[in-house]
Design a protein around this ligand. Structure first.
Ligand code: TYD
Length: 224
């Protein structure tokens, strides 16, 4: 059986990722594809527990350092990679994931303006995506890389207004506008290392969903 496809949907607050993932999964399933949807942080039993901690009242009150956050997101990603994503890909599934490692760079490094953490990010990012250290080559190898990353690029002002209208939210939504602008810049930086497509997510959600479907369908055809 051929390996499945790992597709990550990324974007800042209010970009409409969740909606997009649900829509893509429904249409692809209607076309007979075997799809699983998942998310980060979370996506496996224990990773969801780590998620609860990340968004807990305690985290809101104690403001853990971005280095602590980075490690928690990475810990959740290890579980998610091992327990959920790799097994699904092995079974030939299309894995549609709401957020992935680019979020960690965009939020904890760029958004938080903690460039001093970049070396740590590079190290833990490889490990958290299942890489192993290859002493003969003196390098990491085997990290899980998304086959395609779809970046829903929304203007932070537009996105925050959309997010404001939602009833659910977490304390990451409460950051100032400058933070979200840095997040967007961070995405552009980190996306350069992966195969990706960008959608203007300031457009009405219906248009965004349609474009996402076109791009993902084209990718699946080209990569079949
Ligand atoms: P969530 O409630 O899943 O909603 P949404 O993805 O729609 O914003 O929130 C996830 C939050 O976690 C979001 O504010 C981004 C943040 N995050 C990080 O800061 N680093 C990460 O590595 C990931 C995966 C998410």
């Amino acid at each position: 059986m051929s390996r499945g496809k790992f597709i990550v949907i990324e974007g800042g607050e209010g970009a409409g990722k969740g909606e997009c993932v649900t829509f893509l999964a429904r249409v692809l399933r209607d076309r007979g594809k075997k799809v699983i949807t998942t998310r980060e942080p979370g996506g496996s039993s224990f990773a969801e527990e780590i998620r609860n901690l990340i968004f807990s009242e305690a985290a809101r009150v104690h403001h853990p350092d971005p280095l602590t956050q980075l490690n928690l997101f990475a810990a959740a990603r290890i579980e998610h990679t091992i327990q959920t994503i790799r097994p699904a890909l092995k079974k030939g599934r299309i894995v549609l994931c709401d957020r992935g490692f680019p979020s960690t760079f965009a939020y904890q490094i760029a958004g938080e303006d903690r460039r001093d953490l970049e070396p740590h990010f590079r190290f833990i990012d490889q490990m958290s995506r299942g890489a192993t250290w290859d002493p003969s080559k003196n390098t990491w190898s085997g990290a899980l890389v998304p086959d395609l990353t779809v970046f829903l690029d929304v203007d932070p002002e537009v996105g925050l207004e959309r997010a404001d209208r939602r009833t659910t939210g977490n304390h990451f939504d409460e950051k100032e506008l400058a933070f979200h602008r840095r997040v967007r810049d961070g995405y552009y930086e980190i996306l350069s290392v992966v195969r990706h497509v960008i959608i203007d997510a300031n457009q009405p959600m219906e248009t965004v969903r349609k474009e996402a479907l076109q791009l993902v369908s084209a990718f699946l055809r080209s990569d079949a």
